[in-house]
Design a protein around this ligand. Sequence first.
Ligand SMILES: Cc1cc2nc3c(=O)[nH]c(=O)nc-3n(C[C@H](O)[C@H](O)[C@H](O)COP(=O)(O)OP(=O)(O)OC[C@H]3O[C@@H](n4cnc5c(N)ncnc54)[C@H](O)[C@@H]3O)c2cc1C
Length: 438
Amino acid sequence: MQPWAVLERVENEPVQTLLVVGAGPKALAVAAKSHVLRSLGLPAPRVVVVEAHAVGGNWLPTGGWTDGQHRLGTSPEKDIGFPYHSTWARGRNREIDRAMSAYSWTSFLIEHGTYAEWIDRGRPSPQHHVWAKYLQWVAKSIDLELVIGRVEQIRHDNRWQVRVVDADGAATELSADGLMITGPGRSSRALAEHPRVLSIATFWDLAGKRSLPAASRAAVIGGGETAGSALDELVRHEMLTISVISPMATIYTRGESYFENSLFSDPVKWNALSIQERRDVIRRTDRGVFSVRVQESLLGDSRVHHLQGRVTKVVPAGDSLALTLTNELRADQVHNFDLVVDATGGQPLWFLEMFDQQTADQLELAVGGPLTQNRIESSIGYDLAVNGLASKLYLPNMAAMAQGPGFPNLSCLGELSDRVLRTVPARSHVSAAQAISR
Ligand SMILES: Cc1cc2nc3c(=O)[nH]c(=O)nc-3n(C[C@H](O)[C@H](O)[C@H](O)COP(=O)(O)OP(=O)(O)OC[C@H]3O[C@@H](n4cnc5c(N)ncnc54)[C@H](O)[C@@H]3O)c2cc1C
């Protein structure tokens, strides 16, 4: 059956509901695409987004992942509609792309009168807080259905039942046909409880207040984007040495050629690659790599070094901390620091803490065994949902290996929204009367 026939068949079916946890770029991409489809008379679910802080919360100082002042590593033109190449609604695709361009990064600049200046300044990457402003502008423009509160419990009982707690502690139960989980989880975890071992949330909180502890030997644990931003901040402070600790042989620079980028923008070739080839691409371009911009700012700084290893022990030693670094082929090494930042990043399975036992059991059954990262990643289908569950659970952050390296990040948000939305309307047979209810 042609995809278009599916659209026509469901056109008169009751509106379905998709609940998204977190109002970041992925939620906005899906909500804006749904808004556009519905305004063009095409079937699309009602999208409701639950957000703990504010739209774009993780790009603001309050989200705990940045102070908002650092810059996006990727181009902002990879916005919520990118790559503007819908392929599934035959005969209407260009119309959808055109309508989506009303919510592009450049439309945002035009609306705010800053487009020419941005071009004349050489199209700089925006600071994180400006990226959050862009997301907030999209939310306002599409009249986003937003519930402010933290999702604390998720249960599956024919539909998804989601318990949301607001800032005053009041709880609400929301119910939806489909559920999409976004974001990296919390940033308040630190390797050890010690005032000189900072979680990334504490690091940014103190950096924002200009009260990072004075230190001469600092270490940042982690080799990804989170560590890159922390280093970008630390090099602005007076320190004798700044060490980056990661298990990799070195800190790689993100591959940014057309050939690498095109795999992120358009994952059409991804399925033809072997698992080993996919791992290679992700290792070379996404995990444990710093963006070209961050590498450039670190290269010229002789205080910055890389130490290979996994930190396996942290022991207070007078005013400093002794970190044991373990490498497979070498004896353990101990290094002393007086400030340590745990920038190992998010926990891929953070959302499982919110699932009740019965829901976790259903997920285990669907993925064929205990809930490991590998097993869940391999179970992600074309629509970015876990294969084999009765109701759709979209996990784009875990879709890199199975579907394409751009889905967990900002590389193909338009393709992400197409994949998610093409299956939602056809999926559920629950009556409209049960649509999101408080
Ligand atoms: C410092 C930093 C810089 C980065 N720079 C880039 C970059 O330049 N390019 C790129 O492609 N990727 C970058 N990334 C990766 C980035 O996280 C993802 O690309 C992208 O933000 C993920 O979007 P998202 O919509 O999944 O989640 P997020 O933007 O992380 O949004 C998740 C939202 O969920 C909310 N939330 C969390 N828990 C709950 C809960 N229980 N209930 C309700 N709401 C909740 C949060 O408040 C947040 O607003 C960066 C990451 C970091 C940490």
